[in-house]
Design a binder for this molecule. Structure first.
Ligand SMILES: N[C@@H](CCC(=O)N[C@@H](CS)C(=O)NCC(=O)O)C(=O)O
Length: 234
Protein backbone atom coordinates (compact mmCIF):
# COMPACT_ATOMS: atom_id res chain seq x y z
CA UNK A 1 0.00 0.00 0.00
CA UNK A 2 1.30 3.44 -0.88
CA UNK A 3 1.76 6.01 1.88
CA UNK A 4 1.60 8.91 -0.54
CA UNK A 5 -1.07 11.46 0.18
CA UNK A 6 -3.09 12.93 -2.67
CA UNK A 7 -2.26 16.49 -3.72
CA UNK A 8 -5.89 17.54 -3.56
CA UNK A 9 -7.73 17.95 -0.27
CA UNK A 10 -11.37 19.03 -0.22
CA UNK A 11 -12.23 20.71 3.07
CA UNK A 12 -15.89 20.27 3.98
CA UNK A 13 -18.43 17.48 4.24
CA UNK A 14 -20.04 15.20 1.65
CA UNK A 15 -23.38 16.51 2.94
CA UNK A 16 -22.64 19.68 0.94
CA UNK A 17 -23.71 19.41 -2.72
CA UNK A 18 -20.77 21.67 -3.63
CA UNK A 19 -18.30 19.28 -1.99
CA UNK A 20 -19.90 16.39 -3.91
CA UNK A 21 -19.63 18.40 -7.14
CA UNK A 22 -15.87 18.80 -6.70
CA UNK A 23 -15.54 15.13 -5.70
CA UNK A 24 -17.48 14.11 -8.84
CA UNK A 25 -15.12 16.10 -11.05
CA UNK A 26 -12.11 14.38 -9.44
CA UNK A 27 -13.69 10.92 -9.85
CA UNK A 28 -14.66 11.52 -13.50
CA UNK A 29 -11.04 12.49 -14.16
CA UNK A 30 -9.50 9.69 -12.08
CA UNK A 31 -7.76 12.22 -9.83
CA UNK A 32 -6.96 11.19 -6.25
CA UNK A 33 -8.38 13.42 -3.53
CA UNK A 34 -9.30 13.27 0.11
CA UNK A 35 -12.07 14.99 2.04
CA UNK A 36 -11.02 16.58 5.32
CA UNK A 37 -13.98 17.25 7.60
CA UNK A 38 -14.73 20.87 8.50
CA UNK A 39 -17.85 21.98 10.35
CA UNK A 40 -18.68 25.16 8.46
CA UNK A 41 -21.11 26.27 11.17
CA UNK A 42 -18.34 26.26 13.80
CA UNK A 43 -15.16 26.53 11.76
CA UNK A 44 -11.64 26.60 13.19
CA UNK A 45 -9.66 29.81 12.60
CA UNK A 46 -7.36 28.20 10.03
CA UNK A 47 -10.44 27.48 7.91
CA UNK A 48 -11.87 31.00 8.29
CA UNK A 49 -8.51 32.26 7.03
CA UNK A 50 -8.83 30.30 3.76
CA UNK A 51 -12.61 30.68 3.29
CA UNK A 52 -13.39 34.40 3.17
CA UNK A 53 -17.11 33.73 2.54
CA UNK A 54 -17.20 31.07 5.30
CA UNK A 55 -18.39 28.41 2.90
CA UNK A 56 -17.43 24.87 2.03
CA UNK A 57 -15.80 23.55 -0.04
CA UNK A 58 -12.28 24.93 -0.06
CA UNK A 59 -9.69 23.01 -2.04
CA UNK A 60 -6.04 22.70 -1.07
CA UNK A 61 -3.44 21.64 -3.59
CA UNK A 62 -0.63 20.33 -1.41
CA UNK A 63 1.76 20.42 -4.37
CA UNK A 64 1.48 24.23 -4.10
CA UNK A 65 1.45 24.71 -0.32
CA UNK A 66 0.63 22.57 2.70
CA UNK A 67 -0.77 25.37 4.86
CA UNK A 68 -2.00 28.95 4.80
CA UNK A 69 -3.88 30.70 2.00
CA UNK A 70 -1.40 29.76 -0.74
CA UNK A 71 -2.52 26.64 -2.58
CA UNK A 72 -6.18 27.03 -1.61
CA UNK A 73 -9.25 27.93 -3.65
CA UNK A 74 -12.67 28.72 -2.19
CA UNK A 75 -15.85 28.16 -4.27
CA UNK A 76 -16.72 24.97 -6.11
CA UNK A 77 -16.90 26.58 -9.56
CA UNK A 78 -13.40 28.06 -9.23
CA UNK A 79 -12.13 24.74 -7.87
CA UNK A 80 -13.61 22.66 -10.71
CA UNK A 81 -12.20 25.02 -13.37
CA UNK A 82 -8.75 24.76 -11.75
CA UNK A 83 -8.93 20.94 -11.67
CA UNK A 84 -9.93 20.92 -15.35
CA UNK A 85 -6.82 22.94 -16.23
CA UNK A 86 -4.57 20.76 -14.07
CA UNK A 87 -6.07 17.47 -15.28
CA UNK A 88 -7.50 18.18 -18.75
CA UNK A 89 -8.64 14.61 -19.58
CA UNK A 90 -11.43 13.72 -19.88
CA UNK A 91 -12.60 17.25 -20.56
CA UNK A 92 -15.57 18.34 -18.49
CA UNK A 93 -15.88 21.76 -20.14
CA UNK A 94 -16.94 21.82 -23.81
CA UNK A 95 -14.41 23.22 -26.27
CA UNK A 96 -16.89 25.02 -28.53
CA UNK A 97 -17.53 28.59 -27.34
CA UNK A 98 -21.33 28.40 -27.31
CA UNK A 99 -21.43 25.00 -25.64
CA UNK A 100 -18.94 26.21 -23.02
CA UNK A 101 -21.14 29.22 -22.29
CA UNK A 102 -24.21 26.97 -22.02
CA UNK A 103 -22.44 24.61 -19.63
CA UNK A 104 -21.24 27.46 -17.41
CA UNK A 105 -24.71 28.98 -17.36
CA UNK A 106 -26.34 25.69 -16.32
CA UNK A 107 -23.67 25.27 -13.63
CA UNK A 108 -24.48 28.74 -12.29
CA UNK A 109 -28.25 28.20 -12.54
CA UNK A 110 -27.94 24.99 -10.49
CA UNK A 111 -25.46 26.53 -8.03
CA UNK A 112 -27.74 29.49 -7.32
CA UNK A 113 -31.47 29.01 -8.12
CA UNK A 114 -31.68 25.24 -7.68
CA UNK A 115 -29.36 25.16 -4.66
CA UNK A 116 -31.21 27.99 -2.94
CA UNK A 117 -34.66 26.44 -3.48
CA UNK A 118 -33.60 22.87 -2.71
CA UNK A 119 -31.30 23.78 0.18
CA UNK A 120 -33.16 26.57 1.95
CA UNK A 121 -36.64 25.43 0.93
CA UNK A 122 -36.41 21.65 1.43
CA UNK A 123 -33.12 20.23 2.79
CA UNK A 124 -32.63 22.64 5.68
CA UNK A 125 -36.28 22.88 6.83
CA UNK A 126 -36.31 19.09 7.04
CA UNK A 127 -32.82 17.98 8.02
CA UNK A 128 -31.72 20.86 10.24
CA UNK A 129 -34.99 20.57 12.20
CA UNK A 130 -34.79 16.79 12.57
CA UNK A 131 -31.15 16.92 13.67
CA UNK A 132 -32.14 19.37 16.43
CA UNK A 133 -34.95 17.03 17.56
CA UNK A 134 -37.61 19.35 16.10
CA UNK A 135 -40.50 18.62 13.73
CA UNK A 136 -39.54 19.05 10.06
CA UNK A 137 -41.16 22.05 8.35
CA UNK A 138 -42.99 19.97 5.77
CA UNK A 139 -45.31 22.83 4.88
CA UNK A 140 -42.38 24.90 3.66
CA UNK A 141 -40.82 21.89 1.91
CA UNK A 142 -44.11 21.04 0.15
CA UNK A 143 -44.59 24.64 -0.92
CA UNK A 144 -41.06 24.69 -2.36
CA UNK A 145 -41.62 21.43 -4.24
CA UNK A 146 -44.99 22.60 -5.60
CA UNK A 147 -44.18 26.22 -6.41
CA UNK A 148 -40.51 27.12 -6.43
CA UNK A 149 -38.92 24.12 -8.11
CA UNK A 150 -41.23 23.59 -11.12
CA UNK A 151 -40.16 26.78 -12.96
CA UNK A 152 -36.51 25.82 -12.40
CA UNK A 153 -37.18 22.29 -13.67
CA UNK A 154 -38.95 23.83 -16.69
CA UNK A 155 -35.75 25.76 -17.39
CA UNK A 156 -33.63 22.61 -17.28
CA UNK A 157 -36.15 20.66 -19.38
CA UNK A 158 -36.10 23.33 -22.09
CA UNK A 159 -32.29 23.50 -22.15
CA UNK A 160 -31.90 19.72 -22.25
CA UNK A 161 -34.24 19.78 -25.28
CA UNK A 162 -34.62 15.96 -25.16
CA UNK A 163 -30.83 15.47 -25.24
CA UNK A 164 -28.75 13.25 -22.98
CA UNK A 165 -26.44 16.04 -21.79
CA UNK A 166 -26.87 19.78 -21.29
CA UNK A 167 -24.01 20.99 -23.49
CA UNK A 168 -21.63 19.75 -26.16
CA UNK A 169 -23.02 16.18 -26.53
CA UNK A 170 -20.92 14.86 -23.64
CA UNK A 171 -20.93 14.94 -19.87
CA UNK A 172 -19.83 18.32 -18.57
CA UNK A 173 -19.72 20.42 -15.45
CA UNK A 174 -23.36 21.31 -16.18
CA UNK A 175 -24.61 17.72 -15.84
CA UNK A 176 -22.54 17.09 -12.72
CA UNK A 177 -23.74 20.24 -11.01
CA UNK A 178 -27.45 19.73 -11.73
CA UNK A 179 -27.28 16.15 -10.46
CA UNK A 180 -25.30 16.84 -7.28
CA UNK A 181 -27.43 19.85 -6.34
CA UNK A 182 -30.75 18.14 -7.10
CA UNK A 183 -29.64 15.17 -5.02
CA UNK A 184 -29.61 17.47 -2.00
CA UNK A 185 -33.40 17.16 -2.17
CA UNK A 186 -33.14 13.37 -2.62
CA UNK A 187 -31.29 13.17 0.70
CA UNK A 188 -34.49 14.11 2.53
CA UNK A 189 -37.41 13.71 0.11
CA UNK A 190 -38.66 11.79 -2.91
CA UNK A 191 -37.95 13.56 -6.20
CA UNK A 192 -40.61 12.47 -8.71
CA UNK A 193 -39.73 14.18 -12.00
CA UNK A 194 -42.38 12.63 -14.27
CA UNK A 195 -43.54 16.07 -15.47
CA UNK A 196 -40.04 16.72 -16.85
CA UNK A 197 -39.17 13.57 -18.87
CA UNK A 198 -35.78 14.73 -20.21
CA UNK A 199 -34.67 15.89 -16.76
CA UNK A 200 -36.02 12.66 -15.24
CA UNK A 201 -33.95 10.53 -17.66
CA UNK A 202 -30.90 12.77 -17.18
CA UNK A 203 -31.19 12.54 -13.38
CA UNK A 204 -31.51 8.74 -13.45
CA UNK A 205 -28.49 8.38 -15.75
CA UNK A 206 -26.38 10.76 -13.66
CA UNK A 207 -27.33 9.05 -10.38
CA UNK A 208 -26.01 5.77 -11.82
CA UNK A 209 -22.51 7.20 -12.44
CA UNK A 210 -19.94 6.24 -9.76
CA UNK A 211 -18.79 9.88 -9.61
CA UNK A 212 -22.25 10.93 -8.46
CA UNK A 213 -23.32 7.80 -6.55
CA UNK A 214 -20.14 7.43 -4.45
CA UNK A 215 -20.08 10.90 -2.82
CA UNK A 216 -23.88 10.76 -2.44
CA UNK A 217 -23.60 7.45 -0.54
CA UNK A 218 -21.16 9.13 1.86
CA UNK A 219 -23.70 11.90 2.46
CA UNK A 220 -26.56 9.45 2.89
CA UNK A 221 -24.63 7.62 5.58
CA UNK A 222 -24.62 10.82 7.62
CA UNK A 223 -28.22 11.81 6.86
CA UNK A 224 -29.85 8.42 7.49
CA UNK A 225 -28.60 8.40 11.10
CA UNK A 226 -31.05 11.22 11.89
CA UNK A 227 -33.59 10.67 9.12
CA UNK A 228 -34.20 6.98 8.30
CA UNK A 229 -36.62 7.60 5.39
CA UNK A 230 -37.37 10.28 2.83
CA UNK A 231 -40.53 12.38 2.90
CA UNK A 232 -43.13 12.48 0.15
CA UNK A 233 -43.69 16.15 -0.65
CA UNK A 234 -46.46 15.68 -3.24
N1 LIG B 1 -20.89 29.21 -4.34
C1 LIG B 1 -20.34 28.35 -3.32
C2 LIG B 1 -21.45 27.92 -2.38
C3 LIG B 1 -20.93 27.12 -1.21
C4 LIG B 1 -21.98 26.97 -0.12
O1 LIG B 1 -23.00 27.68 -0.09
N2 LIG B 1 -21.71 26.03 0.80
C5 LIG B 1 -22.61 25.86 1.93
C6 LIG B 1 -22.74 24.38 2.30
S1 LIG B 1 -23.68 23.51 1.09
C7 LIG B 1 -22.02 26.53 3.14
O2 LIG B 1 -20.82 26.51 3.32
N3 LIG B 1 -22.86 27.11 3.99
C8 LIG B 1 -22.42 27.72 5.20
C9 LIG B 1 -23.43 28.66 5.76
O3 LIG B 1 -24.56 28.72 5.24
O4 LIG B 1 -23.10 29.34 6.74
C10 LIG B 1 -19.67 27.16 -3.98
O5 LIG B 1 -20.05 26.81 -5.10
O6 LIG B 1 -18.72 26.61 -3.41
Amino acid sequence: MSNSRPDLVIYGSPVSPFVRKVAAVCIEKGVDYEVEAVNVFDPPQWFVDISPMKRIPVLRDRSVAEEGVAGTIADSSAICAMIERKHPEPALYPAAPMALGEALFIEEYADTSLAMAGGMGIFRPIFFAVSKGQEPDLEKARDTWANQLPPIFDGFEARLDKREFFAGNAISIADITVATVLMQVSLVAETPLGNWPALDAHFAAMQARPSIAGPYAAAEKVIRKALPTRFDLT
